[in-house]
Structures are given as structure tokens and as C-alpha cells.
Design a protein. Structure first.
Length: 368
């Protein structure tokens, strides 16, 4: 189970001399190696955000029967043009805003969005920190982002921004409870807080039918929909209700500071897609049963377990965010709160009890 596939082994062997060389320099070499590993995750995430924005515009365009971005590099580099535009714009700070907290808020939102990636495994051996309490760490990191939103609303000294921040805080806290309860079900089913072990608990001979989406179907749906709500995306985007409160907590932000909020939002969307794939649909595990995979060198590698399956699942869930935005009208604020508190939380509590009973009576065994 723990053995990496051939492609992963190749990359690990490729970077081994660099790692050994840096570690030979003692503590300074260790620090450089840690920074390189962080950059190896942070830079692809930033690039993924850029291309995700382009894909969102293109997909919504096709759903609306129009072209979407089509000029800057045939539309492919439109996001980079937008980033450069934002970076070179003047950062206008309201005269009545709190100077320090106004500048600090975007960073407090961005840092947890990137810090959470430390425990996300991309393959059996490809993870920055294979922490045993990875699930708890994720819950802690994803909870911190709301402080940046509250600070942004309060420090802007604007009624629109403050109202948007209050809405965002209430919404994130409400749906975080449902997401946390959904992960308790995953914990009971897998018997571990380690994300790699959670994926390996879904391995078996039946392929896709071994994954947690089947026994934990209500928790799977609640987790993903709550993830959409927690990232303040349509149809849960009352925080940025243009007809009511303009851009919510970001209304007074411009230039590079606005770009940081934008980056954090999309990084969180990709993170939720990764976590949904890892917790419920087998992560990097192949959907094809092992008995069905032919013993042909290249084909057996491609159809077997590997990081490409994880990325395919993530692409599907990330596209669902866009599909929801293009298809559903915005909820009223009271409807969002009712859905979170009166529907999702009772469902998750009931299914946690059901999962515990299934494990207790041996219908399925935890961690197997």
C-alpha cells in the first residue's frame, strides 16, 4: 500500500542527490531544503489559481453560449494580464481606515489558505508533512481565514465592508461545524487522522465501490456543499451580493491587496476540491479494480494508482464550483443559515451515529 508507483519513485530518486547535498550543509542546508519543498507546493498552487480563473471564465462562457476570454494568448494568459494590472494599480487606503489592520487583513486570509497545503498528500510518498494529526491541522488552518475577513471589514471603517464581514463570519462558522462533523465520520470510517492513511483505508479490490463516498454519501454531499458555502461561492455568495453590499469585506480594497483576497479565495476552492477527493473518492487510488487492469507495462502504470487520478478528481470537483455559479440563483441570507443549522448539522450528527454503528457491528471495518 505504501509503495509509490514508478513515476513517483522516479521523481523521488531524481531529487534525492539535491536533498542529500543540501542536508550536508547542516542547519542552513536543512532550512534551504524546507523552503524549496514549500515553494514546490506554493508556486504550482499560484499557477493553478491563475489557470483556474481562465477555466472558470471559459466554462461559464460556454454554458452561456459565448466565447469567454479569447485575446491574451487566445484567452489562456488572461488571468496573468489581470494580475499584472492589479499589481501596478495604486493601493488606495481610506482615510478613516485603521492603517495596520487594514494592511494585515489580506495576509491573515492568505497565509492559512497556503499553510493548509502542508499536510495534503499528492501520492503515497508525495507530501510535505505526513503528520499523524493532519485532519486536526486542516480544521485549525481553515478556521483561521475568517479572522482576516472580520479584520478587513472592521479595519476598512465602512458599513458595507463591516456588514459583509459579519455575513462572511456567520456563514463560515455555521458551515464549518457541518464540515467538521462530516470529517468525524471519515475519522470513524478510516480509524486515522493521517490523510495518507485515510486514502489507504479506501483501497481494495472493488475499485470505486471501496471508497468512502458510498457508505458516507450524506457526509460526502454535506462536506462538498459546505465547502462551497465556506469559500463564499455562488449560490452562497451573499457576502459579495453586488445588488446589496457591493463587494462585501473587500469593497475598500484595491490593487495588490485585492489580489491577495482573490488568490486566497481560489486557493481555498482548489484546497476543498483536493480534500473532497482525498476524504471521499479515494485520492490517488484508481477507480478501476486491480483485477481488470491488464499486465501491460505502460497501461498498467497509467490505469493503476497514481497522482494523475487525484488531479482528475480535483479537476471535476473544481469544475463543479463553476457549474454551481453558472446554474443556481443566489440564496437569501436566512435560507443559507437555515440550510446550515437546521439541515446539514442534524444530517451529519445522524450519519456519524449510523457510521459508528456500522463499524461497531462490523458491517465495514475501520481502516480497511
Amino acid at each position: 500500500m505504501n509503495a509509490p508507483n514508478a513515476l513517483t519513485s522516479f521523481w523521488l530518486e531524481l531529487v534525492a542527490p539535491l536533498r542529500d547535498g543540501l542536508l550536508g550543509f547542516g542547519e542552513i542546508g536543512l532550512l534551504v531544503w524546507i523552503v524549496l519543498k514549500i515553494l514546490a507546493i506554493a508556486v504550482p498552487v499560484i499557477l493553478a489559481v491563475a489557470f483556474y480563473v481562465v477555466w472558470e471564465r471559459k466554462l461559464i462562457g460556454w454554458m452561456h453560449v459565448r466565447h469567454g476570454p479569447m485575446y491574451v494568448g487566445k484567452g489562456l494568459f488572461q488571468a496573468f494580464a489581470d494580475v499584472f494590472k492589479l499589481l501596478f494599480k495604486e493601493v488606495v487606503q481610506p482615510s478613516s481606515a485603521h492603517p495596520f489592520l487594514y494592511r494585515l487583513a489580506p495576509l491573515i486570509t492568505l497565509v492559512p489558505a497556503f499553510a493548509a497545503w502542508a499536510v495534503v498528500p499528492f501520492d503515497a510518498q508525495l507530501v510535505l508533512s505526513n503528520a499523524n494529526a493532519g485532519l486536526l491541522y486542516l480544521l485549525a488552518m481553515t478556521s483561521l481565514g475568517v479572522y482576516g475577513i472580520i479584520l478587513a471589514g472592521w479595519a476598512s471603517n465602512s458599513k458595507y465592508a463591516f456588514l459583509g464581514a459579519m455575513r462572511a463570519a456567520a456563514q463560515v462558522v455555521s458551515y464549518e461545524i457541518a464540515m467538521g462533523f462530516a470529517l468525524v465520520g471519515v475519522l470513524i470510517a478510516s480509524g486515522s487522522l493521517n490523510l495518507t492513511q485515510i486514502v489507504q483505508a479506501q483501497a481494495g479490490d472493488a475499485g470505486v465501490f471501496e471508497w468512502f463516498w458510498l457508505p458516507l454519501l450524506p457526509l460526502f454531499l454535506v462536506y462538498f456543499i459546505s465547502g462551497v458555502a465556506e469559500t463564499n461561492r455562488a449560490p452562497f455568495d451573499v457576502v459579495e451580493g453586488e445588488s446589496e453590499i457591493v463587494a462585501g469585506h473587500m469593497v475598500e480594497y484595491s490593487g495588490s491587496q485585492f489580489a491577495l483576497f482573490f488568490l486566497a479565495e481560489y486557493a481555498n476552492m482548489i484546497l476543498v476540491s483536493f480534500l473532497t477527493a482525498i476524504f471521499f473518492v479515494g485520492g490517488w487510488l484508481s477507480p478501476i479494480p486491480a483485477a481488470w487492469i491488464p499486465d501491460v507495462p505502460v497501461l498498467s502504470t497509467l490505469l493503476g494508482d497514481g497522482w494523475w487520478w487525484l488531479f482528475a478528481k480535483v479537476f471535476f470537483f473544481a469544475s463543479c464550483f463553476i457549474w454551481f455559479r453558472a446554474s443556481f440563483p443566489r440564496y437569501r441570507y436566512d435560507q443559507i443559515m437555515r440550510l446550515g443549522w437546521k439541515v446539514f448539522i442534524p444530517i451529519t450528527i445522524a450519519w456519524i451515529c449510523a457510521t459508528a454503528l456500522l463499524v461497531y457491528f462490523g458491517v465495514f471495518q475501520a481502516g480497511q
